[in-house]
Design a protein around this ligand. Structure first.
Ligand SMILES: [Zn+2]
Length: 255
């Protein structure tokens, strides 16, 4: 048997854990008020610092209730939770019957606790860190199945500096990303990107890096239909030395 492949999934993280259009809808008794508080926090995190811990607990509980219902077979609107969770759960989906379907292989091809790894890439801002920490907690509890409480071996939050546009420091993001992704500790791993969540301005840097590392790093983006994923990968072209971007739409396996 060949050496077992170890994976690392990089997930770009934005603020959808706080700004989801239907956050708390049908779950929290006063979801409109909760969404107002979340908006106020995203707009002025420093001004809301006093209530940050309490807000974190409240928002986490709403997302947890969402994923608990979902696990129980509930049909829920994707906009009730974060883009990072919805898309990562789809990518990690495995066929419960055991025999892998082709669609699953084109996603992550399974994800194993203790073997595979996730890195959430977040901006160095209070709201970026808030959402990354929250998504990490949800991924651990509902997708990985670990009880780590912040010190996790499987899922880490990595600060991607340079994305703080409000401080006029929106620069150097491509180099910083390369530094993170090509770190020695990931050298044995097969890399994947999930760019469904996160800042749009991060996408060119991810695309450029994946072009440079071609043909090994696929980029996933969940389709607006929510049930499929667009997989982009730079692959060798017909002529020697040529490359082109291969685009595939993958329909997620049923769970
Ligand atoms: Zn964990």
């Amino acid at each position: 048997m060949g050496k077992e492949e170890k994976k690392i999934l990089f997930v770009t993280v934005g603020t959808s854990a706080l700004t989801a259009r239907l956050l708390g809808s049908g779950i929290s008794q006063d979801s409109a008020r909760l969404r107002q508080r979340c908006t106020a926090y995203v707009e002025d995190p420093d001004g809301q610092q006093r209530d940050e811990a309490e807000l974190f607990t409240e928002v986490l509980e709403v997302h947890r209730a969402y994923w608990t219902r979902k696990a129980g077979g509930g049909q829920l609107e994707a906009e009730g939770t974060s883009a990072e969770m919805t898309s990562t759960s789809l990518l990690m989906r495995t066929d419960p019957e055991g025999e892998r379907k082709p669609s699953e292989r084109k996603l992550l091809g399974g994800f194993k606790k203790g073997r595979d790894h996730l890195a959430l890439l977040a901006s160095d801002t209070p709201e970026g860190q808030f959402c990354a920490k929250l998504n990490a907690r949800l991924i651990c509890e509902f997708l990985v199945g670990c009880k780590c409480n912040d010190n996790c071996e499987t899922c880490e939050v990595v600060v991607w500096t340079g994305l703080e546009a409000r401080d006029k420091e929106f620069q150097g993001i491509a180099n910083k990303l390369r530094e993170i992704v090509t770190d020695e500790k990931y050298s044995e791993r097969t890399r994947f990107f999930n760019i469904t969540g996160g800042y749009k301005a991060a996408i060119p840097a991810v695309t450029y890096l994946c072009w440079d590392l071609r043909p090994t790093v696929p980029i996933f983006n969940q389709h607006v239909s929510q049930s499929s994923v667009i997989r982009l990968q730079f692959v060798p072209g017909p002529a020697p030395g040529e490359s082109h971007m291969k685009e595939e739409i993958i329909y997620a396996p049923e769970t």
